[in-house]
Design a protein around this ligand. Structure first.
Ligand code: FES
Ligand code: FE2
Length: 443
């Protein structure tokens, strides 16, 4: 379903209409646009590749994707983190075929070329002298990401030498990342290997939904949302309608659902957390961040382009107090109409094994391949492929026009940075992700 083999900037500018808060349906289905995204967006942006707790020791590695490119994330000498293209520099075969391991390097199964943890070529199959001095082996190291950096244990990489520093790329979003990733002195760790599953939907569907879609929580997830939070759907709706959504800048967006004012004297501060962790939050977070965090009954964010997180204090049964789970995920593009979701659960390093187990169980139950929420979302998202596949239906738009009502209603005295809007229903922050997408695609 090619839109136009000679897709140019003028075509791209028409795909997202800022004035009307609409976007062409083609950007969720068209393979030529998908191919252009690889060059214009995924070759330029900082992409999430893993967590420092997954590769704690020298020699540790995990294999990952940076969009359509397979990579190896390694911990090399002196603890340095490297991101290597997982494609042998001899004839291109996949070099490392394990998901995770620890090694002094990588030896290609095809002809035996060997590489160090930093991607440097150490040996060819036979004596390097056989090349008779005619080859500069330094040019045959593995390709590496141009830049690799971390924030709060989150490892990002980019192929673009000219990319801004990660700290600048994340910018004001760091204040919001801190609420989930930087709230205890030792920080977070991942609970096990990522869960991975394929969904028949464009990767932006997930990124936009987590950037974040308030109304769908009480529609497609209706009974599940009410049961998960132990609140009537109407209470959840009231919370979402009256909680802030934030455009953090650079395409990073999210919502901060808060305990409704009417329930604040019935619920504890920091619902779903044990007392020993709350003590640590109060050491690490600023007074403004604490004032926000203590009333959160969720948190959903997308760091542009395809890294998201969701936190929710959910209940196993109405007699027990809630348990917070934090999931992070990457919406890996596979094709215009398919993505692979990579999903991890995180917990504070300082907490007890028992709490880690509970947080993991709650995550698996809610936001995972078999999780209640993902079951609902996957069906709605896959329906988009079918709904907009036809000649008539693909000519329409995706509608984000509640943004027209909300985009000028910036909360003047909001305690966090960025532009905050007064409702999770506003669609402003979801649409902001597509505006950022358009900037990259038009550049
Ligand atoms: S393809 Fe790797 S050594 Fe030949
Ligand atoms: Fe959802």
């Amino acid at each position: 379903m090619l839109l136009n083999e000679n897709l140019g900037p003028a075509d791209i500018d028409r795909l997202v209409d800022e004035k009307n808060a609409t976007a062409s349906r083609l950007i969720f289905t068209d393979q030529s646009i998908f191919e252009l995204e690889q060059e214009k967006l995924f070759a330029k942006a900082w992409l999430y590749v893993g967590h420092t707790s997954e590769i704690p020791n020298e020699g540790d590695y995990v294999t990952r994707q940076m969009a359509t490119d397979p990579v190896i994330l390694t911990r090399g000498e002196h603890g340095k983190i490297h991101v290597l293209l997982n494609s042998c520099s001899h004839r291109g075969t996949l070099l490392c075929t394990s998901d995770v391991g620890s090694s002094r390097g990588f030896v290609c199964a095809y002809h035996g070329w060997a590489f160090g943890l930093d991607g440097s070529l150490k040996a060819t199959a036979d004596d390097m002298e056989l090349y008779d001095g005619k080859v500069d082996f330094k040019t045959l190291n593995l390709k590496t990401a141009a830049r690799v950096d971390t924030y709060a244990g989150l490892i990002f990489a980019t192929w673009d030498e000219a990319a801004p520093d990660l700290a600048d790329y994340l910018g004001d979003a760091r204040w919001y990342l801190d609420l989930y990733h930087n709230r205890t002195p030792e920080g977070m760790e991942v609970l096990g290997a990522p869960h991975r599953w394929v969904v028949d939907a464009n990767w932006k569907t997930g990124a936009v939904n987590f950037g974040a879609d308030g109304p769908h929580a009480v529609k497609v997830h209706g009974p599940i949302t009410a049961a998960t939070f132990g609140m009537p759907a109407q209470t959840v709706r009231d919370s979402l309608l009256n909680s802030p959504a934030v455009s953090m800048g650079n395409g990073h967006n999210g919502i901060l659902p808060l305990i409704p004012e009417s329930l604040r004297d019935q619920l504890p501060d920091y619902p779903g957390y044990p007392a020993d962790l709350i003590e640590l939050y109060e050491q690490m977070l600023t007074p403004e961040q604490q004032a926000m965090s203590k009333h959160l009954i969720g948190g959903v964010q997308t760091m542009f382009p395809n890294f998201s997180s969701v936190q929710a204090p959910a209940i196993f049964n109405p007699e027990e107090p809630p348990v917070n789970m934090l999931a992070i995920r990457v919406w890996q593009p596979v094709s215009a109409t398919q993505m692979e979701i990579w999903n991890w659960f995180l917990v504070e390093k300082e907490t007890t094994d028992e709490w880690k187990q509970k947080a993991m169980q709650m995550g698996v139950r809610t936001f995972s391949v078999a999780g209640t929420f993902d079951q609902d979302d996957a069906e709605a998202w896959a329906g988009i492929n079918i709904g907009v596949a036809g000649h008539q239906s693909r000519q329409g738009d995706m509608n984000f026009q509640m943004a027209l009502a909300y985009r000028d209603k910036i909360i003047p005295d909001f305690p966090g940075p960025g532009a905050a809007y007064p409702s999770n229903y506003g669609e402003v922050t979801e649409f902001d992700i597509l505006l950022e997408w358009q900037k990259y695609m038009s550049a």
